[in-house]
Design a protein around this ligand. Structure first.
Ligand SMILES: *[C@@H]1O[C@H](CO)[C@@H](O)[C@H](O)[C@H]1NC(C)=O
Ligand SMILES: *[C@@H]1O[C@H](CO)[C@@H](O)[C@H](O)[C@H]1NC(C)=O
Ligand SMILES: *[C@@H]1O[C@H](CO)[C@@H](O)[C@H](O)[C@H]1NC(C)=O
Ligand SMILES: *[C@@H]1O[C@H](CO)[C@@H](O)[C@H](O)[C@H]1NC(C)=O
Ligand SMILES: *[C@@H]1O[C@H](CO)[C@@H](O)[C@H](O)[C@H]1NC(C)=O
Ligand SMILES: *[C@@H]1O[C@H](CO)[C@@H](O)[C@H](O)[C@H]1NC(C)=O
Length: 338
């Protein structure tokens, strides 16, 4: 026993030295451990959030392995907040050891946002190495065919790193503000990344489609404000019930829907038309901005593409749609992830 625990201490020390793992609470962190009865730790992430001072200080919540049930809601702290799940490799979502799980459909919750398992309404929030699911959505069957969110993201300069998001319809909601997703895994089928006002940049991530549908439903309503999604170095895959060529890259929730995919691998996932209308009788396709650049795979750009989408130039892809061009600033992004 002694030898074993010494070995595991050494092993965790080594992973920390490598800079890849975070297996012990950073100095000053509030600690959550569902499997501990220590009176210096919390058993629930939400209780840890409630314990944070409502001031401009930087705060970190470190979470030990386990399954944590219920919602987690972070309401407007003035200071930066970090959530860090125990991991041996911060870059590898599959190494996550912390699961946040809840089952709630929007019609019962009262709104899309209120159904989300993780709700961030704060600026300068970083979330690392958590898996977040809404099992109403992942459960399949009839129940899956309704809004049930894993994440509701509101606020400026929020980063999601090595995070897994699992649902069916409306998995990730960008309510407003700016957000950056890297090394993430996002699973769903219908409009599974959606929002009107949020500007979000997704890179080095996997979008896993679980049944025929629409990856995005970006809903910029007018040119009076900016709202957009950029996907950079993304791998599209199918899981569960999705079949080849069964997914659209997006459909316009509102008239000025704005989405770019670049440097990504579409495999056989995408319907060759690429993009579709909101509904046949209410297409909303006249003023969309749907751009593609330098993607690969059999379902990448081809002659069957919808005529309201376009190939964009290298200058556009790397200028206007760079991280900084898209989000307005990039100095807040964790440099280990870009
Ligand atoms: C934090 O304090 C501000 C006022 O400074 C208040 O508006 C806000 O509701 C407080 N947040 C929480 C979670 O109590
Ligand atoms: C977040 O930033 C926005 C705009 O910069 C500001 O209006 C808002 O009050 C900030 N939110 C909090 C909780 O400090
Ligand atoms: C896959 O299809 C089966 C049979 O129609 C259904 O029971 C199941 O819920 C579906 N799963 C998903 C994730 O859509
Ligand atoms: C962003 O959305 C949140 C949640 O609905 C809201 O509280 C906040 O005021 C919004 N921020 C802005 C700048 O609209
Ligand atoms: C969206 O565009 C259509 C066709 O151009 C127009 O009829 C409709 O009023 C627009 N909707 C909004 C909310 O602006
Ligand atoms: C785009 O394609 C549709 C059919 O898919 C056609 O009805 C429409 O006229 C085309 N629009 C333009 C501008 O070519």
């Amino acid at each position: 026993m002694k030898v074993l625990s010494l070995l595991s201490v050494l092993a965790s020390a080594i992973t920390v030295v490598n800079g890849l793992g975070v297996t012990r609470p950073p100095t000053g962190a509030v600690v959550v451990d569902i499997n501990s009865n220590s009176d210096t730790t919390y058993k629930s992430i939400q209780e840890a959030v409630w314990s944070l001072p409502n001031d401009t200080s930087s705060q970190t919540i470190f979470i030990y392995p386990g399954t944590y049930r219920g919602q987690v809601i972070l309401l407007g702290r003035p200071g930066p907040t970090t959530f860090q799940g125990y991991t041996k490799d911060i870059h590898d979502q599959k190494s996550n050891t912390v699961l946040l799980t809840n089952s709630l459909v929007a019609s019962v919750a009262g709104s899309n946002s209120k159904s989300a398992t993780l709700q961030i309404y704060s600026n300068d929030t970083n979330v690392y190495n958590l898996d977040i699911e809404n099992t109403y959505g992942t459960g399949g069957g009839r129940g899956a065919q309704a809004q049930a969110l894993a994440l509701s993201q509101a606020g400026q300069r929020n980063g999601y790193y090595g995070v897994g998001f699992f649902s069916y319809q409306d998995t990730v909601y960008t309510v407003n503000g700016t957000s950056y997703f890297s090394n993430t895994y996002i699973q769903g089928a219908v409009d599974y990344i959606f929002g009107m006002k949020g500007v979000a940049y997704f890179c080095n991530s996997i979008l896993a489609s679980s049944s025929r549908g629409f990856i995005t439903a970006q809903g910029r309503e007018s040119t009076a404000y900016f709202g957009a999604y950029v996907f950079d170095n993304i791998k599209l895959i199918t899981v569960m019930n999705a079949t080849d060529n069964s997914m659209y890259l997006g459909r316009p929730w509102r008239n000025h829907s704005t989405v770019v995919y670049k440097n990504s691998d579409f495999g056989n996932v995408v319907n060759l038309r690429g993009w579709t209308n909101w509904t046949p009788t209410d297409p909303r396709t006249d003023t969309v901005y749907y751009g593609e650049y330098n993607n690969r795979g059999a379902s990448a750009w081809n002659p069957a593409r919808a005529n309201f989408s376009k190939l964009i130039s290298k200058e556009e892809a790397e200028g206007q749609w760079s991280i900084k061009g898209t989000l307005g600033s990039d100095n807040w992004i964790d440099k280990r992830f870009c």
